[in-house]
Design a protein around this ligand. Structure first.
Ligand code: NAP
Length: 280
C-alpha cells in the first residue's frame, strides 16, 4: 500500500490568510485608512510586469489600494531612490515593493536600502533582514514567510527536523534558512558551490527549493517521507523541483503553480495591512 501524499494547497492557505484580513481592513476603513501598497517596476521585463499586475489585482480584490510606479529601463540609481523617497514621504502609502531584478545599471542594494523600515513589507532592507534573523521582524521577506505559513497551516513540525534549503539569496534562501533555524530546525543551506548536493538534499526532512532552475531537484534526491517546498517560479509555470518524481518519495509537497506563489502574495497583503494598522 502506498502512503498517502499531502499536496500542500497554496490557494487554500492564501484564502485563509486573506479571510483574516477582511475584518481588519474594515476596521481601518472606519478610521478612514485604506491600506496602500506601492509597487515600483523599472523597465519592461514581461514576467516582472506580470508579477506586479498580479499583486495589484490581489490588492484590488481585497480592498487594498495599490499604486504602480513604472520607470523607464534606463532609470539611474539616484532617480529610483528619488522615487522611493517620494513614496517614503507619502503618508497614504503603507508598503513599498521594488520589483526585482532591476536593470544592471542600478545599484539594487542601494535602492532596497532607501525603503524606510516602516514600509519595507518584503524585508529587503538590511535592517529588515537583521530583524528577521533575530526573530522579531514585523515584515520578514514574503516568500520565506509564505513557506513557514504553509508548514504552520498544515501543522507540519519544524522543531528538531533537518531542513535543507537550496539557494542563499538575500530575499529567499538566506531568510528562510534563518526562519527555520529560529523555529529550531537544524538547517543546511546549499548553493552553487555546494559539493555532493544530492547527498546533502537526501538528509533533509524538509527540503526548500529556491534555485531558479526549472525541475532542478530530482526525485531520487528526496528522502522517503520528506516535506518538499518549491519556491521556484520559472517560465511556463514550472517550479524548481521535478514535481512528479519528487512526489514519489515526498510525504507532502507544494505544487507549482498554486503552491508558494499565492501564499507569497497573501503575505504581502497581510504585511501592507499591518503596516497601515501601525498608524492607528
Ligand atoms: P537567485 O537570487 O538567482 O538565487 C538562486 C540561488 O540558487 C543562489 O543562491 C545560487 O547559488 C543557487 N544555485 C544556483 N545554481 C545552483 C546549483 N547548481 N546548485 C545549488 N545551488 C544553486 O534566485 P531567488 O530570487 O532566490 O529565486 C529562486 C527561485 O524562487 C526562482 O525560481 C524565483 O523565480 C523563485 N521566486 C519565487 C517567488 C514566489 O513568490 N514564489 C518569489 C521570489 C522568487 P549562489 O549563491 O552560489 O549563486
Amino acid at each position: 500500500m502506498t502512503a498517502e501524499k499531502l499536496i500542500l494547497d497554496g490557494n487554500r492557505v492564501a484564502s485563509d490568510i486573506k479571510e483574516t484580513l477582511l475584518g481588519r481592513i474594515n476596521l481601518l476603513s472606519e478610521k478612514r485608512i485604506v491600506p496602500c501598497l506601492a509597487t515600483i517596476l523599472v523597465g519592461d521585463d514581461p514576467s516582472s510586469a506580470t508579477y506586479v499586475r498580479m499583486k495589484g489585482n490581489a490588492c484590488k480584490r481585497l480592498g487594498i489600494q495599490s499604486i504602480r510606479i513604472d520607470l523607464p529601463k534606463n532609470t539611474s540609481t539616484s532617480e529610483l531612490i528619488a522615487a522611493i523617497n517620494k513614496l517614503n514621504a507619502d503618508p497614504n502609502v503603507h508598503g513599498i515593493l521594488l520589483q526585482h531584478p532591476v536593470p544592471n545599471q542600478i545599484d539594487e542594494r542601494a535602492a532596497f536600502e532607501a525603503i524606510s523600515i516602516e514600509k519595507d513589507v518584503d524585508g529587503v532592507t538590511t535592517l529588515g533582514f537583521a530583524q528577521n534573523a533575530f526573530g522579531f521582524a514585523d515584515f520578514p521577506s514574503c516568500t520565506p514567510a509564505a513557506i513557514i505559513a504553509i508548514l504552520d497551516y498544515y501543522n507540519i513540525p519544524i522543531e528538531g527536523k533537518h531542513a535543507v534549503v537550496i539557494g542563499r539569496s538575500p530575499i529567499l534562501g538566506k531568510p528562510v534558512s534563518l526562519m527555520l533555524l529560529n523555529k529550531n530546525a537544524t538547517v543546511t543551506t546549499c548553493h552553487s558551490k555546494t559539493t555532493n548536493l544530492e547527498d546533502v538534499v537526501r538528509l533533509g526532512d524538509i527540503v526548500v527549493a529556491a534555485v531558479g532552475k526549472p525541475k532542478f531537484v530530482q526525485g531520487d534526491w528526496i528522502k522517503p517521507g520528506a516535506i518538499v517546498l518549491d519556491a521556484g517560479y520559472n517560465e511556463g509555470n514550472i517550479g524548481d523541483v521535478d514535481y512528479d518524481n519528487c512526489l514519489k518519495n515526498a510525504s507532502a509537497i507544494t505544487p507549482v503553480p498554486a503552491g508558494v506563489g499565492p501564499v507569497t502574495i497573501a503575505i504581502l497583503l497581510k504585511h501592507t495591512v499591518e503596516a497601515a494598522e501601525k498608524l492607528t
